[in-house]
Design a protein. Structure first.
Length: 166
């Protein structure tokens, strides 16, 4: 059973109901900022889920669709190989971190954040994660996690790593 994270993640709609903030709007797109909106349906966020869906579809060789339940409550689809689930969990975490950091930059620092900024930060985090995994995991585990699919996100030949993450 999914639990509500709305009391844990301080989105504006929740903070507004508690009279902590003066509006319930998303700092990026100005729609009401609910938990689902922040991490799934915001026009600044949805393209990242599309990218994750494309990467996962390439890895499993069939269409993968990420639902709001998967994005928010970690109710991921079942995969034959547990490495696919692990990859999806990693990508989801990096995506949410990117969104949250950029959202906070816009809200608290008044930074000029665009969808491209969020996309770039997400790509940066994924690249850093893949590079770190290349150095810390054995070659078989790394290959099963990141080198599956057409196109793969990475390839490894000995100690040479090539990334295909744009």
């Amino acid at each position: 059973m999914a639990h509500s994270a709305s009391g844990i993640v301080p989105v504006n709609a929740y903070l507004f109901r508690l009279h902590v903030t003066n509006n319930a709007l998303c700092p990026l797109c100005r729609w009401p900022e609910t938990l689902q909106h922040r991490f799934f349906s915001c026009t600044y966020v949805r393209p990242l889920w599309t990218l994750v869906e494309q990467w996962m579809s390439a890895a499993v060789a069939e269409p993968v669709t990420i639902s709001p339940e998967a994005a928010i409550f970690l109710q991921y689809p079942d995969f034959k190989d547990t490495f696919y689930l692990r990859r999806l969990q990693i990508l989801s975490g990096e995506q949410k971190l990117s969104v949250w950091l950029q959202r906070n930059g816009k809200k608290y620092d008044r930074a000029r954040i665009t969808g491209i900024d969020i996309h770039r930060l997400f790509i940066y985090f994924v690249r850093v994660r893949v590079r770190a995994d290349f150095h810390r995991l054995d070659q078989d585990t790394f290959s099963r996690l990141w080198c599956q699919g057409d196109p793969p996100l990475a390839s490894a030949a000995g100690r040479l790593l090539t990334l295909y993450i744009d």
